[in-house]
Write a protein that binds this ligand. Structure first.
Ligand code: SF4
Length: 375
């Protein structure tokens, strides 16, 4: 059915730039490459009594194991070793990540808000989630960028941001509470792996983790992969306000990144989202993801009314300089929603983006050589 509505999703795979830049993604689609999490599952961790070790020791083991993972990944990618030839280790790199995520949950620092609450003991931080994740919907999404469609999208309830303009505010902010969930239902890692299996069977090109924001659910996502075996792309669709430790857990698992990059000025970002140090944290994470993902990434930049020169231009400058092979989706679908209309202070944002603003942004991207047309 999606082919009928989105012929561009097939045509895009005839574009040599996409084929060249998305070689890992395309390789998995054609069964020629293995999704990274499958290799993570086959990477052994040999230390004894690992369950009793403090978190600092576990991170050291994680750093050491990453070398082994990278080596295995390279041998498999170059065709020197087949995934099926490797025995399942008794304790894998993925098991280590599950263990670390559970420890992080006890003093939560999945995102850079670093609330430090014990979510395993039902304490709540800014995202107001305890240990269990809540999913609001999952389906084959046909509205994503052409190379991603149909995308097996799993929407989590709750977010690490509190955007005053959020178009999904009913699931990101006004979803109720853990005692009274109005949007979504609790899911275990086993249920998530079943959802992934169904999406994969229905023809999803990828598993698209999104929300709200997926970051508070890192522990559930990673554990869901223990009981999942399909060779399918793992895609992280996020505001990227993830902590550096949260990024460390994800970097070896995620095949394709779909990060947002909205603001250049931290004061404006704080006003819009309620988070500090937006620029430094989000660009740090995008760069990390880019360097760990064969550069396979689409950055989403939503143009905001009157903000082309102050945000869009410096964002495009940064992309051209730091992540030159990433595609940038220059998005014009800003709608003044949620709290924008009720606050006269945001009158300048209470309109759509003009075609002149879109033109200025696109011309600037062209001048810098940033690829945006394909996505
Ligand atoms: S995920 Fe972020 S916002 Fe939620 S409790 Fe953890 S540190 Fe706080």
């Amino acid at each position: 059915m999606f082919r009928l509505f989105r012929p561009d999703t097939e045509a895009v795979w005839k574009n040599p730039v996409i084929i060249e830049r998305f070689s890992h993604y395309n390789g998995i689609l054609r069964g020629k490459r293995a999704a990274k999490y499958l290799i993570v599952k086959k990477t052994p961790v040999s230390e004894a009594n690992i369950l009793d070790l403090p978190i600092s020791d576990l991170w050291q083991i994680h750093r050491n194991t990453r070398y082994e993972f990278n080596e295995l990944n390279q041998r498999i990618t170059k065709g020197k070793l087949a995934l099926e030839e490797i025995k399942h280790p008794s304790f894998s790199f993925l098991d280590l990540k599950v263990l670390l995520a559970k420890k992080m949950l006890q003093k939560c620092h999945f995102c850079e808000r670093r609330c430090g609450v014990n979510r395993a003991d039902q304490q709540l931080g800014v995202c107001r989630l305890a240990n269990k994740s809540i999913v609001t919907s999952h389906f084959l999404h046909i509205g994503e960028e052409p190379p991603l469609v149909p995308s097996g999208t799993i929407f989590f309830t709750s977010c690490t941001f509190k955007c005053i303009f959020c178009q999904n505010w009913t699931i990101s902010q006004e979803w109720g509470s853990v005692d009274n969930v109005k949007e979504g239902y609790f899911v275990s890692p086993i249920v998530l792996s079943k959802i992934m299996k169904n999406l994969s069977k229905e023809g999803a090109k990828n598993i698209n983790w999104v929300g709200g924001d997926p970051t508070p659910n890192i522990h559930t996502v990673i554990e869901s992969l223990v009981n999942f075996q399909e060779n399918i792309i793992q895609l992280w669709n996020s505001n990227m306000y993830t902590s550096s430790e949260g990024m460390d857990l994800l970097l070896d698992i995620i095949d394709f990144w779909l990060p947002d990059l909205k603001f250049h000025e931290d004061t404006f970002a704080k006003e819009m989202t309620d988070v500090k140090n937006y620029w430094g944290i989000v660009t740090r994470n995008i760069k990390l993801a880019y360097d760990h993902s064969s550069r396979e990434m689409i950055i989403r930049h939503l143009i905001m009314p009157g903000r082309v020169e102050s945000d869009t231009f410096p964002i495009l400058d940064w992309c051209a300089e730091n992540v030159p092979l990433a595609f940038v989706n220059i998005m014009g679908q800003w709608r003044p929603e949620h709290k924008i209309h009720s606050n006269p202070q945001y009158e300048s944002l209470a309109r759509g983006v003009t075609s002149q603003e879109m033109d200025r942004a696109r011309k600037y991207a062209d001048k810098l050589g940033v690829h945006w047309r394909e996505v």
